[in-house]
Structure formats: structure tokens, C-alpha cells
Design a binder for this molecule. Structure first.
Ligand code: NI
Length: 157
């Protein structure tokens, strides 16, 4: 296994250590490997423009804020080809938490996600991208849409 040496400042090292203890990592290499892997996976999808992807967009907003619920709904209806479903949770008196699942070309999904996150009054916007190509490559039953295997494989490091 190749050995990489990286230099970080004290604050960043402390942040990594607290991440490690929160997640129960035994050593830094393992923690940094997992963080880098997930960063690379995100970057691969985001950069992969025309490649199909699915994404989970999560965000919090104040439902009392003028026009905001309407603007969000309008944004998703405008791209109803990408926005597949939304889960809504009444987080507290004023705040709603939503998770919207998106599916489509990486570039278009990213554009919509960025647009929603940038809406005034949307807080803690975060999006997780997963590649969607190859899901139908293997297995039998090409004629049936859902006859594929669900592989939870990891990319080789
Ligand atoms: Ni609500």
C-alpha cells in the first residue's frame, strides 16, 4: 500500500480527532481514508456532468417566511423531471426539515440542488450524490425495470 504523508494545522488535526472519537475510529489513516473516499465519490458524480445520478437533498427552512414554501414548491415543479419525492418533517414550531430525492443527469441535478440551497431562508442545505449509471448493467430481466441487483459495492481504494 502506498504511504501518503500529509501536513495539517493543529485545529484541523483536532477536528479529525473529534470526528474519529465520535465515529469510533481506531486510527487516523482509516478515518482520513473514509473521508477522502466519500469526497472522491462526491467529486466524481459532481464533475461527471452528463452521467446519470441520484441525490438526496436535505435542508431546513422556516415555513412562516414569506413566499418561501411557495418558491420551493415552484422550484421543484419546474424540474418535476428531476424531483422525485419529498419527505417533510415539522422540526419545531417554525422550522421544517425536508429531504428531496433527485434523479437525472449530474449537471442538472446539481443545478437544481444548488438553486434550492441558495434560496433565501433555506438553511443547512446539503446534498449527497450517488452515481446511478451501471445499476442496470448486470443481472437478468432487462425488460423489467426493477429486475436489477442492488449492489452496495465500494470502489476499490
Ligand atoms: Ni413543516
Amino acid at each position: 500500500m502506498p504511504r501518503l504523508t500529509i501536513t495539517v494545522d493543529d485545529d484541523f488535526a483536532a477536528e479529525i480527532d473529534s470526528f474519529m472519537s465520535a465515529r469510533g475510529y481506531a486510527n487516523r489513516s482509516e478515518a482520513i481514508r473514509d473521508l477522502a473516499r466519500s469526497g472522491l465519490q462526491q467529486a466524481a458524480v459532481e464533475i461527471g456532468g452528463p452521467r446519470p445520478c441520484v441525490a438526496a437533498l436535505i435542508y431546513i427552512y422556516n415555513h412562516e417566511m414569506r413566499d418561501l414554501p411557495k418558491r420551493l414548491t415552484r422550484g421543484f415543479h419546474h424540474r418535476h423531471d428531476l424531483a422525485q419525492a419529498t419527505l417533510h418533517m415539522h422540526l419545531d414550531h417554525d422550522s421544517c426539515l425536508e429531504v428531496t430525492l433527485l434523479k437525472g443527469r449530474g449537471s442538472e441535478v446539481q443545478e437544481l440542488a444548488d438553486h434550492i440551497i441558495a434560496e433565501r431562508g433555506v438553511r443547512h442545505g446539503h446534498v449527497v450524490y450517488l452515481p446511478a449509471d451501471g445499476a442496470h448493467d448486470r443481472g437478468r430481466g432487462e425488460s423489467r425495470g426493477h429486475a436489477h441487483k442492488h449492489n452496495h459495492e465500494r470502489r476499490a481504494p
